[in-house]
Design a protein around this ligand. Structure first.
Ligand SMILES: *Cc1c(COP(=O)(O)O)cnc(C)c1O
Length: 389
């Protein structure tokens, strides 16, 4: 006889998966033989550059790389990361204590609440936002408090609006710029406000900088560039978007050593580090000629120009993306984000993500992902032009 299998309360506390319905519609459309253009997923469509692949191949062949790796990352990886930070952001980091290797930045983001959140502590979470901020918080027994990112505030949270009673219980906050899904970028003034707010209220800042290298018009700054940032927080970085290495699973966190030490302690008890061949391939990535990164960004820039101009010609209300490979678009009045994405699948065979799937403040928008070649984006525009809404 089968045992009764019941999921833990923490899983039941997660929000319903809004994208499930979209997946069903997609499968249905495919069955009908509709040619689907998938602008829903945020996974790069191009492979990692060949110098990185070559380095990984060489390192896999080296038997010295086959054992358990260091928990916090190879010193060679941490040193290369510190040099990259210095060159890219002019921020000094101690590779011994101020850098921690991660199995992709998602892993660190998901685990960090376990290191600092007690039952009932509040975590400030951007809405709309990457779902892992909420999931990690709930798994640690914390309570997410959603900070709406509104267009009239340039998609920055308004700290003045947070109830003082909530603030008292707040112990950690997530922010994310360049932002997924709104594509907003932060300026120095905003980061300074974050440092002042966090210092005053004793809140740990976790800045998710997964898209720091996918920018077009203006160089993206690091949270750690701001005075006092290292006293209050850390920054998460990813190789997934920058170097098309999403499946390789490597990222890192940098900044305050006590915060990193807490995260490191959780990780030491749960995982056993990142395959050394992958860490050394990431070192290769960081040391690649600038041209390599530029070529990757140029691909997205051409796609962005094509797609954004096309949507504008069709009179769509587009938030102009200065960074990330997403396009955040306002939904016409009278429709919900789900109604629009449903119409796009059924009538155009185009998959986009409803803003409501990223949180209630995402309602009123949908997200297109530019992880598809230009020819297909043009085809998508042609189909959208015929959509009757
Ligand atoms: C893709 C993404 C990540 C995760 O990247 P990995 O390094 O692959 O885990 C983190 N944050 C945001 C906002 C992302 O979009």
């Amino acid at each position: 006889m089968n045992i009764r299998i019941e999921k833990a309360e923490r899983l039941k506390k997660l929000p319903v998966y809004l994208f499930a319905e979209l997946d069903n519609l997609k499968t249905e459309a495919k069955k009908k033989g509709i040619d689907i253009i998938d602008l829903g997923v945020g996974s790069p469509d191009l492979p990692a550059p060949s110098n990185i692949i070559k380095r990984a191949q060489d390192e896999i062949a080296d038997k010295n790389n086959h054992g358990y790796p260091s928990y916090i990352g190879m010193i060679e990886f941490r040193k290369a990361t510190a040099s990259w930070y210095k060159e890219r952001f002019n921020v000094n980091l101690d590779p011994e204590t101020e850098i921690l290797a991660l199995i992709g930045s998602k892993e660190g983001i998901g685990h960090i609440p376990l290191a600092f959140i007690n039952e009932g502590d509040v975590v400030l979470v951007p809405d709309p936002g990457y779902p892992v901020y909420q999931a990690g918080t709930v798994f640690a027994g914390g309570v997410p408090y959603f900070m709406p990112l509104l267009r009239e505030n340039n998609f920055f949270p308004d700290f003045k609006k947070i109830d003082p009673k909530v603030l008292k219980k707040a112990k950690l906050m997530f922010i994310n710029y360049p932002n997924n899904p709104t594509t907003a970028v932060a300026n120095k003034e905003f980061f300074e406000e974050v440092v002042a707010f966090a210092s005053k209220n004793n809140i740990i800042v976790c800045h998710d900088a997964a898209y720091s290298e996918i920018y077009y018009d203006k160089k993206i700054i690091s949270f750690l560039e701001v005075d006092g940032a290292k006293d209050v927080g850390i920054e998460f970085h990813s190789f997934s978007k920058t170097y098309n290495m999403a499946g390789w699973r490597i990222g890192f966190a940098a900044g305050n050593k006590d915060i990193l030490s807490g995260l490191g302690q959780i990780k030491t008890n749960l995982d056993s580090g990142i395959f050394q061949a992958v860490q050394l391939a990431a070192v290769e990535a960081l040391r690649s000629p600038k041209q390599i990164k530029k070529e990757i960004v140029n691909v997205y820039q051409e796609r962005r120009n094509l797609f954004v101009n096309g949507l504008k010609k069709l009179k769509w209300d587009v938030i102009y993306p200065e960074a990330t490979f997403y396009v955040w678009v306002a939904v016409p009045k009278g429709l919900t984000s789900r109604e629009l994405t449903t119409a796009l699948i059924k009538e155009c065979g185009i998959v986009a993500t409803p803003g409501a799937g990223f949180g209630s403040a995402g309602e009123g928008y949908i997200r297109f992902s530019l992880t598809t070649e230009k020819k297909r984006l043009q085809e998508a525009l042609d189909r959208i032009g015929k959509l009757k809404i």
